[in-house]
Structures are given as C-alpha cells and as structure tokens.
Design a binder for this molecule. Structure first.
Ligand code: 5GP
Length: 190
C-alpha cells in the first residue's frame, strides 16, 4: 500500500451511513483507533462525553481553534462545529496505531492539505436511487427541502475522484470489513 496506512480518513455524502459504519468499527474492531471529535452539538440520549464526542461550548471550541489544536474543523449541516483534535491523533499515529477519522467532506479536504499521504476512503451509496430513498424516504421534509438535499448529495458524490478508494455501503459489516482491510488490518466480520 503506497499510502500511509497509519491514518485513514472516511468521508462521503450525508445520509450514506458513515456513522453506522464507524459505530460498527468501534464495537467490533478495538484494533482501530477511532478518533473522538470535538463538537458544539448537544449530546443525544445515550451519547457519552469522551466516547462519542467531546462535547464543547462555543467558547471552548473557539479556544481550540485559536490554540491551533484542531487538525481540521467544519460547520456541518449549517449549524454545529465539529473538529479533530490534533494532539491525540498525532500521539496515536506516533504509537503506531491504525487511526481512523470519520469526518465530513470539508474536513477530509483539510486533512488532505495537512497530511497528503493519508489514506482517503470515500463511502458511497449502492446507487443513486438508494441515495434518494435514504434522503427523502422518511417523508418528513418538504419537497423544496428534499430537492435541496438531493442537490447537495449530487455535489457530494462528485467528490469521489478526490479519494484513493471507494467503499460501497451496501451492507454495514461488509463495508466495515473492506475499510479495515484498506487500513492494512485483517477483517474478521461476524
Ligand atoms: P452527527 O452530528 O450525526 O454525529 O455527525 C454529523 C456529521 O459530522 C457527520 O457527517 C460526521 O461525518 C461529521 N463529523 C463528525 N466529526 C467530525 C469532525 O471531527 N470533523 C468534521 N469535519 N466532521 C465531523
């Protein structure tokens, strides 16, 4: 593998299931060091500080940015800020761990600037029709909102050539196993 297998970035369109794949990896692959991001979003029920995210106030997040402590950060879905803590990621890489960042596309582009030899993996939907189903399927959005989301999805899908590999999220376990093998580890899906 020509790319640095020590640092892998997983990104892809909204609603493609990145969170589900990374949760599967957290639960089944302790040998993967999954980065815990800082965020200004409020914790959802069941989410633990330091496990799923480091939950920060806007002021605390400002301080992290000002101190240069974020490897990348972005405003996601137009409201909350999310960022990767540089020092913990660097320490894990230095210890030889297999580090995985599950971040949005804007963040992936920033990591590419900072660490061009990292391994960039794009998580793609099985098909455009499936993507439409996932985005509009719930029927809770207005037709205008659905249209806006589909336009965004089209732009996001166009980013695929910026990545080293594409993994299709047709099945969570299969996609996670493929990702793990792209990280140079042995898949052992159950
Ligand atoms: P959620 O709020 O559903 O947990 O995550 C929303 C989005 O934030 C997901 O698309 C996820 O990839 C992205 N995200 C999570 N952590 C980070 C991060 O550290 N940096 C960036 N740029 N995006 C992140």
């Amino acid at each position: 593998m020509s790319k640095n297998p020590g640092l892998t970035v997983l990104a892809g369109p909204t609603a493609v299931g990145k969170g589900t794949v990374s949760t599967y990896i957290r639960d089944n692959y302790p040998e993967v060091w999954l980065s815990v991001s800082a965020t200004t979003r409020a914790a959802r029920p069941g989410e633990q500080d330091g496990v799923h995210y480091f939950f920060k106030t806007a002021e605390e997040f400002d301080d992290l940015v000002a101190a240069g402590e974020l490897l990348e950060w972005a405003v996601v879905h137009g409201c909350n800020r999310y960022g990767t803590l540089r020092s913990t990621v660097n320490a894990a890489i230095a210890e030889g761990k297999s580090v995985l960042l599950e971040i949005d596309l804007q963040g992936a582009r920033q990591v590419k600037e900072a660490v061009p030899d990292a391994n960039f993996v794009f998580l793609a939907p099985p098909s455009w029709d499936e993507m439409v189903r996932r985005l509009v399927g719930r029927g809770t959005e207005t037709p205008e909102e659905q249209q806006r989301r589909l336009e965004t999805a089209k732009l996001e899908l166009a980013a695929e050539p910026e990545f080293d590999h594409t993994v299709i999220n047709d099945d969570v376990r299969r996609a996670a196993d493929e990702l793990v093998s792209l990280m140079g580890l042995t898949p052992h899906g159950r």
